[in-house]
Design a protein around this ligand. Structure first.
Ligand SMILES: [Fe+2]
Length: 396
């Protein structure tokens, strides 16, 4: 009852909340737009947040070459690791200040973008990230911020959230504020061609989960639903193509746009239990976020089937997974089956070797608590029901 009341109030608050969208620049080779944008915001020194993998692949150097050609000052911070931690953020804040930077480029996947958002928020608020955890604690414009995704999945370039890991509690927490939406997003599919097939698959299913959970949300609106459906349709067509041939630029572009649109949808309509459970598996065992979502998604869809059957059918029709002549129940079943089939096509595992049955009560408790009053899900889950889902995905 409390959950439903809070969700009801938030539903109306959401409608009046002004969540900005980034200025979007997309296309092959658009990385070259960075100097123009930095000139536009009158930046004198940009702080590049990235990771060592992108540096070793030469992608960071591509950006540096573009900036040096235009004689831009920059400082590289490539210390970001998967599931960014409080200490990495603190190190980034120190580097940003010591080097007198005045703008940020986040070049990387979800971890990099979330870490960069957190660094920017700490800089403007002059506070530690733990003090900004929760909703609407930033309330101050970030330094000029350019998000450049190198994976198609997280959608963080379009969202108001940063997910941070507390390694001591082995738990993730979020910073949520409209000020975290990047000022600019550059989507350049050329940056994604070298992404390994496994990462392409897992991040792609993360985007699919954003699109599905935002569509199922009771906060979904006439504005968010078309974004969710557009993303779902693009992903079912293009994820297998990008997985099979990483150099398929058309499929890479479609996946990058799907990820962005899913981000636009879920930043307004929110997410659901797949994410609530996946966050626990990420925080506790460092299971990659997209992989956790991929394994859990069919199970959570089956759990909500009776309450969300109509929406499942709508997603199946919109993605052309089944003829519109078929009944709602047949279309809904086809949708769940299509998600399972996609996992099989992408060779995604169906269980977790890391998951221990002794940990399940704690993880289920944390997942249900994370969703409580926050995630506008079509059907509420009890701790026992969450435990049952986790028990099914233990590797035997
Ligand atoms: Fe996600």
């Amino acid at each position: 009852m409390i959950h439903q009341t809070v969700i009801f109030i938030r539903r109306y608050a959401n409608k009046v909340l002004n969540i900005p969208m980034p200025s979007l620049i997309s296309g092959e080779g658009e990385l070259k737009s960075c100097p123009k944008l930095l000139k536009q915001v009158k930046s004198e020194k940009v702080f590049i947040v990235t990771d060592k993998i992108l540096t070793s692949l030469g992608i960071t150097q591509q950006l540096i070459d573009i900036l040096e050609k235009e004689q831009f000052n920059y400082q590289v911070f490539d210390q970001v690791t998967p599931d960014p931690t409080v200490s990495t953020i603190e190190q980034g804040v120190e580097d940003f200040k010591e080097n007198n930077c005045d703008s940020i480029i986040a070049l990387g996947g979800g971890s990099v973008m979330d870490c960069a958002k957190a660094i920017a928020a700490c800089v403007v608020k002059n506070k530690k990230i733990s003090a900004l955890a929760g909703m609407f604690r930033v309330r101050k414009a970030l330094p000029p911020f350019i998000a450049i995704p190198t994976t198609a999945g997280t959608g963080s370039e379009a969202t108001l959230v940063a997910v941070i890991t507390d390694p001591v509690k082995k738990q993730k927490f979020t910073v949520v504020d409209p000020c975290l939406v990047p000022q600019f997003a550059i989507i350049d599919p050329l940056l994604m061609v070298g992404l390994p097939a496994k990462i392409t698959a897992e991040t792609g299913i993360d985007a699919l989960t954003h699109a599905i959970e935002s569509y199922l949300s009771v906060h979904a609106t006439a504005q968010t639903k078309p974004y969710s459906l557009d993303a779902i349709k693009r992903i079912f067509i293009n994820l297998p193509l990008a997985y099979k041939n990483g150099e398929d630029l058309k499929a890479r572009t479609e996946m990058a746009m799907a990820s962005y649109y899913a981000g636009v949808a879920f930043t307004r309509a929110s997410i659901g239990y797949v994410h609530a459970i996946a966050h626990q598996l990420g925080g506790y065992y460092h299971i990659p976020h997209g992989l956790a979502n991929a394994v859990l998604l069919p199970h959570v869809l089956e759990f909500s089937f009776d309450k969300a059957c109509k929406q499942y059918a709508e997603m199946a029709y919109a993605a052309n997974l089944i003829s519109k002549d078929e009944s709602i129940i047949v279309a809904a079943q086809a949708f769940v089956q299509a998600v399972k089939d996609l996992n099989l096509t992408l060779n995604i595992q169906s269980s977790f070797a890391e998951l221990q049955s002794n940990d399940i009560p704690l993880l289920a408790n944390r997942a249900v608590k994370e969703a409580f009053c926050d995630y506008p899900v079509p059907k509420q889950m009890t701790v026992k029901e969450c435990e049952s889902i986790l028990e099914v995905v233990i590797e035997i």
